[in-house]
Design a protein around this ligand. Structure first.
Ligand code: HEC
Length: 140
């Protein structure tokens, strides 16, 4: 069992092992990659929701409900709460520009650093739609 080759595109399927002890279910509705394993999410997950005008619009609505107050309308980290909270990153600068599907999905689910987890507040499908919209904001 070895890590997938760099650049390999993972396809959503059921019960795939990624190596010692990493038994991960990549079902849309079940997410069991643990909080401390964001690298596995980055390597193996691909957004199962197709990018369409409709899915992007839904992502935008959900972003408006769950993220905008900290991350701001354009993802610059300047939402009303974000300004008080401090240290909310701008999605379109530096390394944040290239956060991939798995990374963003994982952070929404489990939180990161000072950001709280949102996994219990919305379905995986909703989280994936937000991922589509965050990608748009990363483009600045
Ligand atoms: C209460 C404020 C708050 C809310 C709500 C919030 N975030 Fe965050 N977010 C933060 C903060 C603060 C950070 C920086 C975390 C750190 O590094 O300590 C962050 C970081 C991130 C990052 C970068 C993670 C990294 O790798 O450094 C992503 C992606 C992200 N948030 C996405 C979202 C999305 C999508 C939502 C809505 C579902 C959301 N956040 C809701 C405060 C928030």
């Amino acid at each position: 069992m070895r890590d997938p080759a760099r650049g390999t595109v993972a396809r959503p399927n059921y019960h795939t092992s990624f190596g010692k002890g990493d038994s991960v279910t990549r079902d849309l509705m079940i997410y069991n990659i643990p909080k401390d394993s964001i690298a596995i999410a980055e390597r193996t997950l691909v957004n199962p929701i197709a990018l369409t005008d409709a899915s992007l619009d839904e992502g935008k609505v959900l972003y408006g409900r769950y993220c905008i107050h900290c991350h701001g309308e354009n993802g610059k980290g300047d939402g009303l709460v974000g300004k008080e909270y401090k240290g909310v990153p701008n999605y379109s600068v530096g390394d944040y520009k290239t956060m991939n599907d798995g990374h963003i999905f994982h952070v929404i689910t489990h939180g990161k650093g000072r950001m709280w987890p949102h996994g219990s507040q919305m379905t995986p499908e909703e989280r994936w739609k937000i991922v589509l919209y965050v990608h748009k904001l990363q483009q600045g």
